[in-house]
Design a protein around this ligand. Structure first.
Ligand SMILES: [Fe+2]
Ligand SMILES: [Fe+2]
Length: 278
């Protein structure tokens, strides 16, 4: 398989001549970063406005830009972003899991998922566990971080064994609670992320306790054991290593992820066109 390369280009602010020619006051740089100027070779010369989704904007200064961004879209040379964002690689008509890994997931998430799966496979663990490790943070990779275990489990549920989806959902709670019987301790990374005084909320405590009594507990626990954050940067991983595992454990829909009419197709479409206004 070809080495993965990140073909995306960084977001570009409007060129100075675009800004200078306008009669309105100059856009703040933070606001301008949500407006896509046409690429040099674009046939469609209109600017496109991206309105940050509520889940990303709430509680941040971005929320204050909503009105201005809506006003920008009323300019005759500007439309709301819908469909392919030229800053992102174009997805195939019938996207596969591999396409999302290669064309949508950022390098940190891509490496994290593949390294987790590799650790599981090197220990000779069941393919269900390897699959769960490969997919466990798929929501963080492409959709939403908050409640990522739950989002991730739903995203893959129609395509994997029920046990795999269950394990992905529960890893979110289990990650916070040690299990010394299998050598799992509280992640050092969480002390950095959340501070030493962080205590998980009650609902996660309840989820953890219920999960421990479940017959699939160890499948989910094994995700947390292989969920490591310190990687050797010299080690390379490629999705191609898991083609066989994915082929046996992920029921790729014939019409492509996002277009199979499943109850979760919209989640995959959101990753194909993450900047759609509606
Ligand atoms: Fe996770
Ligand atoms: Fe993880």
């Amino acid at each position: 398989m070809p080495e993965r390369t990140d073909t995306r280009t960084p977001a570009r602010a409007p060129s100075p001549d675009v800004i200078d020619s306008r009669s309105e006051p100059q856009l703040e740089p933070a606001l301008a970063s949500w407006i896509r100027e046409p690429l040099d070779d674009a046939v469609d010369r209109r600017r496109r406005v991206i309105v940050p989704p509520a889940a990303a904007a709430m509680g941040t200064p971005l929320n204050g830009y909503q009105k201005q961004l809506m006003a920008e879209a009323r300019r005759p040379d500007t439309v709301m972003m819908m469909g392919d964002n030229p800053e992102l690689p174009k997805m195939p008509e019938r996207p596969t899991l591999e396409d999302f890994f290669r064309l949508r997931f950022g390098p940190i998430a891509y490496t994290h998922l593949l390294q987790s799966a590799r650790l599981a496979r090197e220990q000779g663990l069941d393919e269900k566990v390897v699959t769960a490790c490969l997919l466990h943070d798929i929501a963080i990779a492409g959709l939403l971080s908050a409640n990522h275990g739950y989002w991730g489990a739903q995203m893959v549920a129609p395509y994997v064994d029920e046990e795999v989806a269950w394990a992905i959902e529960k890893h979110e709670a289990l990650r916070y609670f040690p299990d010394e019987s299998v050598g799992y301790t509280y992640p050092l990374a969480y002390i950095d992320y959340f501070g030493p005084d962080y205590r998980p909320p009650e609902y996660l405590r309840c989820e953890h306790e219920a999960a421990r009594r479940h017959r699939w507990y160890m499948t989910s626990r094994l995700i947390t054991i292989n969920d490591v954050y310190s990687f050797d940067p010299s080690v390379t991983v490629d999705f191609g290593e898991y083609e066989d595992v994915v082929g046996r454990n992920f029921r790729q829909p014939r019409d492509g992820l996002g277009f199979d009419g499943s109850p979760v197709a919209h989640m995959w479409r959101t990753m194909i066109w993450p900047n759609n206004f509606l």
